[in-house]
Design a protein around this ligand. Sequence first.
Ligand SMILES: [Zn+2]
Length: 154
Amino acid sequence: MNVFEGGGHELELRNGATEVLVEVLMLAVTALAREDWDYAFAAELARQDQNLMGRGVVGLRLEDLDWGPDPERGRAFALAVVDLALTRHRWDELGYDPPYAEGYLRTFRLMVEATRPAPVPPADPTDIMAASCIRHRVLTPLAWYPACVLCGRG
Ligand SMILES: [Zn+2]
């Protein structure tokens, strides 16, 4: 099980469900990312990709996330990403119908809302960049990961 937690809420997801959550969030963050922190947040989401990190070893504590110099702006951005995903943004491109994704997103939204982020200095951005997978038009924000979360999916 992969555990996502924040603000007293928790989402325990099997690997397939984790992939679904990451994919719908990446489709949304790709549409909205503008500032450095947005790409860092996208990278954090991409890091949850099973094909990237190995199966069953991912998970995210929102309290531990680097919310950047303006955590409230970061939180507002994360909520906007979840809300865009909830509109089923580009879900027609997934190649499958994710029946539980809306529930995961609603829980994830509660976590983001309830998390009390502390301001931290900007992290070293060296492994983060703003590039997109040409085939899928999805952010590939990790310098060491040339593909996107949709590449290599069956
Ligand atoms: Zn791709």
